[in-house]
Design a protein around this ligand. Structure first.
Ligand SMILES: Cc1cc2nc3c(=O)[nH]c(=O)nc-3n(C[C@H](O)[C@H](O)[C@H](O)COP(=O)(O)O)c2cc1C
Length: 166
């Protein structure tokens, strides 16, 4: 059993090369279900999702982000966003949803990479997709049919583990 859980989790890698093929609506809906299954402080679930499958928009979004240019051949881009103001655990909740989403992507045989969106990139990304300023764009995730393979690995490091005491 423990081998299966590690197999599942370590299969997720950041995939940055795509064939250009489409990603089905059915698979995107599964991925969204996985994201919304994430834990959330006080079960507040601040996450919202914008799904873009139009080629031109995918290209402009990926080019607008300094480290997402590789995503121009993705079949979809998902932007995780939400109202951040007054939501104490916003970042943690959003990160949990993002990771769930990425695990589902990998399990479905698709590829994706988490591209963070910080304060300095808000206006540009919000502007491109008409997000109001009170909706914080948390991550941009190009998703596509993988055109590269990466080995599963845990990066387990004993030095980072403190059993019982520091
Ligand atoms: C918060 C966050 C922001 C990231 N931003 C980017 C990004 O802008 N562009 C990118 O190519 N990868 C980005 N990554 C992916 C990391 O580079 C990647 O997860 C890391 O190198 C480990 O590789 P792996 O995902 O294959 O395990 C980001 C990851 C996280 C968690």
């Amino acid at each position: 059993m423990h081998e299966h859980v590690l197999e599942f989790i370590t299969a997720r890698r950041s995939i940055r090369r795509f064939t250009g093929g489409p990603v089905s609506r059915e698979k995107l809906e599964i991925v969204l279900q996985a994201a919304m299954a994430a834990p959330s402080a006080n079960d507040r679930q601040p996450w919202r999702f914008l799904i873009i499958t139009e080629k031109e928009k995918i290209v402009s979004l990926c080019k607008a982000h300094p480290y997402a240019g590789f995503g121009v051949d993705a079949g979809a881009v998902i932007i995780l966003f939400g109202r951040k103001e007054g939501v104490k655990w916003f970042d943690q909740d959003m990160a949990a949803a993002t990771q769930n989403l990425l695990l589902a992507v990998a399990h479905l045989g698709l590829g994706a990479t988490w591209c963070g969106i910080d304060d300095s990139r808000q206006a540009k990304i919000q502007g491109l997709v008409n997000l109001p300023h009170d909706q914080y764009a948390f991550a941009l995730i190009p998703i596509g049919i993988p055109a590269e393979e990466k080995a599963a690995r845990t990066q387990y490091d004993e030095q980072k583990v403190h059993w019982e005491r520091y």
